[in-house]
Write a protein that binds this ligand. Structure first.
Ligand code: GDP
Ligand code: MG
Length: 163
């Protein structure tokens, strides 16, 4: 079967925008299986002839920071269990956050490839915004602007190298 690419990161970094862009023109399948897979959206996609299945998590809102942190930690653990490659999305406009660090701690403990994507770099003149994310200890971050459709090609090239 196809390799699984899980998209993880704290709320509002642009995960769903990225997911929808990569899978544009394709039908997403919303799985409604009770338990851990609830609210997870699967979509088959392809880049340069390489097929893969992406997983996005539903747009859940959290009443407290603690609940949000628990949920994203679980999301990261689940990704480690079931994905072949993990796309970890952070926000280049906001910069590095505590929640990003929490996810990174978990992702550093897997041998599975992690692609660190700094989204919202809407102008590649601001590419220096990605450098602070080297501190997450997950290798070379790659800049992306999902809304301006910038750098998707380079990002997807990096992704398929790791499939
Ligand atoms: P998610 O919660 O991680 O799934 O994030 P969403 O995909 O729902 O996006 C959250 C917000 O960020 C939305 O208002 C998006 O339009 C916005 N957004 C997503 N990608 C970008 C980007 O590259 N640049 C900017 N400026 N905004 C973005
Ligand atoms: Mg979302």
């Amino acid at each position: 079967s196809k390799p699984i690419v899980a998209i993880v990161g704290r709320p509002n970094v642009g995960k769903s925008t990225i997911f929808n862009y990569i899978g544009r023109n394709r039908l997403s399948i919303v799985e409604d299986i009770p338990g851990v897979t609830r609210d997870r959206i699967y979509m088959d996609s392809e880049w340069l002839g390489h097929n893969f299945t992406m997983i996005d998590t539903g747009g859940i809102e959290f009443e407290t920071t603690d609940k949000m942190l628990t949920a994203i930690r679980n999301q990261a653990k689940l990704a480690i269990d079931e994905a072949d490659v993990i796309m970890f999305i952070v926000d280049g406009k906001v910069g590095m956050t505590t929640a990003d660090n929490e996810v990174a701690v978990i992702l550093r403990n897997t041998r599975k490839p992690v692609l660190l994507v700094v989204n919202k770099v809407d102008n590649m003149k601001n590419e220096a915004d990605i450098y602070e994310f080297y501190n997450l200890g997950l290798g070379d971050p790659i800049a992306l602007s999902a809304t301006n459709a910038l750098n998707f090609g380079d990002m997807l090239d990096r992704l398929i190298e790791n499939l």
